[in-house]
Design a protein around this ligand. Structure first.
Ligand SMILES: [Zn+2]
Length: 419
């Protein structure tokens, strides 16, 4: 979801895969991981452009794995992307070791995957000399499936996608894109508004309008689940095993429920403040920032993002991400960037202008601000120029504008949910 000439969307769907095809796909994934690793090992500390990595590693991948030619190329590109993000991490002073490939996921593109919209199915290339695997998309009913608008649309073309194997299920993250309409200044609104959102540990989400979604209850309940699980594991009886399985299901269901509620709250906040879009930091950045805690796995944040995305789209709002660079260390008031601005996880004390704020609230404003700045430089703009606060809007150029005093409907935020 970068600021390129395309609008990009991801539609996540479960896949129905036959047992035979399933083992073929799992083998393909394992070859893929091997291929990415070969490319990454060869190119690390050496090169990172897609073409250079491809030149360096392609032959080795073809010799040492059973990946087909296109997947060997995609594996080189994957490694190139990962090495590139390691380099940018290091540039920002973060540690980043050589990429390793352990998660059960594989990339597909238009040469390795075909989508059949009318049949709601895909065919996927596998490794070796095996033929393609055909699988049905398990889409929700038309009414509540945001996926349909992409899968069955002429306007959206399918692009790079990823296949994931998780908890015994197959998921396809189908990538779609279409040309972004070139914003003609005479035609489009140039003063659209975004809502900035920061995601984190103690607060699941905080908006630039100062709405807090606390993680207190969720963190507490997850610890409870874990305690009971540990007890059961120590028992080890068959009965305990069965209870354990069903508990895992209940826990997932519970977390999903909480994430839906937070997504609804974020959307409501955006609607209350007449926003045109909702902006998060890139999910990779969140994972780097919060590597160790329990519930905010890749899974939880991906889910939350997806929920917001499809709920927002049905209301005509866009959802986008921006680079997380410095969002936690930068003062949203004066722009001063320093590690000392952040004396603890929750506190933000600007060393320059002495502004004091909740650190996540400060970060939510930065997410919006960084996004707007990037938008200004992009050639295909969305026409947004300001972000919403509780009391007014802020534009990177013009600063703060309070909401009109007579306006009774616009700033009508719900009570913020501080825990
Ligand atoms: Zn400051």
């Amino acid at each position: 979801m970068s600021g390129d000439e395309y609008c990009r969307r991801t539609a996540i769907t479960r896949l129905s895969v036959s047992p035979t095809d399933e083992s073929l796909l799992r083998e393909t994934i394992s070859e893929w991981k091997e291929g990415c690793q070969i490319a990454s090992d060869k190119a690390w500390e050496c090169c990172h452009s897609k073409s250079d990595v491809q030149q360096l590693a392609y032959d080795d991948i073809r010799e040492q794995t059973t990946l087909g030619s296109q997947h060997a190329i995609l594996a080189c590109h994957q490694a190139a992307d990962n090495i590139k993000s390691c380099i940018s991490c290091r540039r920002d002073g973060r540690k980043a070791g050589k990429p390793t490939y352990t998660s059960p996921t594989i990339t597909y593109d238009s040469r390795t995957m075909t989508v059949f919209p009318e049949k709601e199915a895909v065919s996927l290339t596998t490794h070796g000399n095996h033929s393609r695997v055909r699988a049905d998309l398990v889409l929700p009913d038309d009414d509540d499936g945001y996926q349909h608008q992409y899968v069955s649309s002429e306007a959206w073309e399918s692009t790079q996608s990823t296949l994931h194997y998780r908890n015994g299920e197959w998921y396809l993250h189908l990538g779609f894109r279409k040309h972004r309409p070139h914003a003609d200044k005479t035609e489009t609104t140039e003063n659209g508004t975004v809502l900035g959102v920061d995601l984190g540990v103690n607060e699941i989400a905080v908006t630039s309008t100062a709405r807090f979604f606390s993680a207190g209850q969720l963190n507490h309940d997850r610890r409870e689940f874990k305690r009971v699980r540990t007890d059961l594991q120590e028992h080890g009886s068959r009965n305990a095993h069965r209870t354990l399985e069903s508990m895992r299901g209940r826990e997932t269901e519970y977390v999903t429920h909480v994430l839906h509620a937070v997504a609804n709250g974020i959307l409501q906040e955006a609607l209350n403040y007449d926003c045109d879009g909702i902006v998060f930091e890139e999910l990779d950045g969140i994972r780097r920032r919060l590597p160790n805690a329990a519930w905010h796995s890749k899974w939880a944040f991906d889910r939350l993002y997806q929920y917001v995305q499809y709920k927002a789209e049905s209301e005509g709002l866009f959802v986008d991400t921006t680079s997380p660079k410095n969002t936690s260390k930068r003062c949203a008031e004066c722009g001063f960037v320093h590690g000392a601005n952040r004396p603890s996880r929750d506190r933000f004390d600007c060393q320059n202008c002495e502004t004091r704020n909740h650190a996540d609230y400060n970060a939510a404003k930065n997410v919006a601000e960084m996004y707007l700045r990037r938008e200004q430089q992009s050639s295909c703009r969305r026409g947004v120029s300001q972000y919403a606060l509780k009391s007014g809007t802020v534009s990177p150029d013009q600063g703060f504008t309070p909401y009109p005093a007579e306006s009774t409907d616009k700033p009508s935020p719900q009570q913020s949910q501080r825990a």
